[in-house]
Design a protein around this ligand. Sequence first.
Ligand code: T3D
Length: 256
Amino acid sequence: MFETIMYETRAGVAWITLNRPEKLNAFTSVMHKEMLSALKMAGKDEEVRAVVITGAGRAFCSGQDLGGSENPDYGEVLRQGYNPMVQALVSIEKPVIAAVNGVAAGAGMSLALACDFRVASDKASFIEAFIHVGLVPDSGNLYFLPRLVGHAKAMELAVLGEKVTAEQAKEFGLVTKVVSDATFVQEVETFAVRLANMPTKAIGLIKRYMNKSWESDLTEVLEYEALAQKTAGGTVDHKEGVTAFMEKRKPVFTGK
Ligand code: T3D
């Protein structure tokens, strides 16, 4: 179905694998289009309750394909390719995990930053590679990086462009957890399935309003919480959670 990515679903999880391993999964315009389609599919599919994005081969993603410019207007490359993908990642009301199997460089690092969780292999690394080719961080990087690691660390990473190991990234809060490369896929699967079995609508609401909170004052956030809680309070999963608690059993959430 796709040329540059793979898409499969199992156990409530959509797996999107960037699939240009010979170029360390560098982005092309086709890949942008395919990523957008895959994210839309995952968003619409009611069976899908978590999304994993990972890379084929030894890399997660090396950012923009530098081997021959498809469009010399980089602003348009961002507006047409990267930005809709980042918006889709943020607006999909399901948890999205970047399973960072290897190097994440340039816009590949931005892709990981725009996800809700980053699970990294102990072989993974992160590089703000933009500066090495005289460019600036893009694809939401300037938005997410300082929010995740603080302004000072973000400046250091973006300007120096030094390679950061998964363990170092964990220390300053960039990754959720680091797991052994030997058990990476199983660990990601366990984490993704765990999320897929949680109250999906509540997770979607947390994501929506936590993102909005960055541009909101306290009064607005208090109102968002009231709106979200009204919606969450009407879900089947809320009812199940309370019933299970009263019956002293584990809840079985259906994402409804
Ligand atoms: O339109 C616009 O350009 C604006 C948007 C910009 C967004 C961006 O992402 S700008 C930043 C672009 N990315 C980079 O600058 C990273 C370039 N890659 C690297 O710095 C290194 O490859 C890595 C640090 C990621 C990994 O290094 P290493 O030593 O593990 O691998 P390698 O030998 O450099 O790469 C392996 C192959 O992948 C190699 O091809 P070859 O020689 O075996 O035929 C290399 O050329 C290719 N490759 C790696 N990254 C890219 C790439 N080919 C095209 N584009 C790449 N980004």
